[in-house]
Write a protein that binds this ligand. Structure first.
Ligand code: ADP
Ligand code: ADP
Length: 233
């Protein structure tokens, strides 16, 4: 579903590559945890999946990154909305509208869908994320966990095949983190969405993961396997 073939990324002005020769295949319909020490290239890898690297960050990307067969370098990130959605640590950084409902609808704006389809998708996503009661709420009044669910919802309404998340629970208390993780697990199991998630607090998330992709050190090959196997390395 998400495939890296011999991918290297060099940021402008950097002396060492941020990623070197990465080969990785994330299978469809799995939740894969991306682990590794700070600075090893996890954010770079996630940003390459949705085309943010190199479109927005600059630098050069060698090799090939594809999601559902689409080469992320030959599309603008906006054109990949129905293939891959991305969510970061700070949900507020994504928000462009004022209310929950508007924010979910905004995610579909560039897709050219009929208004009735957009309305249906907003309803379906409100239900899926347990946000129906909050639909008219101003985003500024939501808790951290609710905001993170809205941020996930806004990238889900285009019905992406994959979702990449960069430490989505790191700013949340344990209860809110669990709500977000439960939502991700539901997406994987009920809709077959592929989820690739970076997280440094492994103990919190490892029970939700089908596999772990470990970047052990800069430039080292990625290890992919069942959590117990990879974490034992
Ligand atoms: P991680 O997410 O694992 O902490 P990153 O992907 O953020 O790692 O960073 C990998 C390396 O690339 C680090 O050395 C970091 O300083 C560098 N880096 C990250 N983003 C940029 C950027 N936009 N420009 C230049 N260097 C960057
Ligand atoms: P439309 O494509 O016209 O919006 P629906 O809203 O009925 O049609 O959704 C079509 C199917 O997509 C439904 O079976 C629904 O369960 C499923 N679906 C819902 N959310 C998602 C999602 N985030 N990604 C993929 N499929 C989804």
């Amino acid at each position: 579903m998400i495939r890296f073939e011999d991918v290297s990324v060099v940021y402008d002005g950097a002396d060492a590559p941020a990623l070197r020769g990465v080969d990785l295949t994330v299978p469809e319909g799995e939740l894969v945890l991306l682990a590794g020490p700070s600075g090893v290239g996890k954010s770079t890898l996630l940003n390459a999946v949705c085309g943010l690297v190199p479109h927005f960050t600059g630098g050069t990307l060698a090799g090939r990154v594809t999601v559902a067969g689409r080469d992320t370098r030959s599309h603008k990130p906006r054109e990949l909305a129905d293939v891959v959605g991305t969510v970061g640590q700070d949900p507020s950084a994504h928000f462009v509208t004022d209310t929950v409902e508007d924010e979910l609808a905004y995610g579909m704006e560039s897709l050219g869908l009929a208004p009735a389809v957009m309305r249906r998708r907003v309803e379906e996503t409100l239900d899926l994320l347990g946000l129906a009661e909050l639909r008219d709420r101003p985003l500024a009044t939501l808790s951290g966990g609710q905001r993170q669910r809205v941020a996930i919802g806004s990238v889900l309404t285009p019905h992406p095949r994959a979702l990449v998340l960069d430490e989505p629970t790191s700013a949340l208390d344990p209860a809110a983190a669990e709500e977000v993780l439960a939502v991700l697990q539901r997406l994987v199991h009920d809709l077959g969405t592929t989820v690739l998630m970076a997280e440094h607090r492994l103990e919190r998330v490892v029970q939700y993961a089908d596999q772990v992709a470990l970047l052990p050190a800069p430039g080292a090959p990625v290890l992919l396997g069942p959590p117990a196997e990879v974490m034992a390395v």
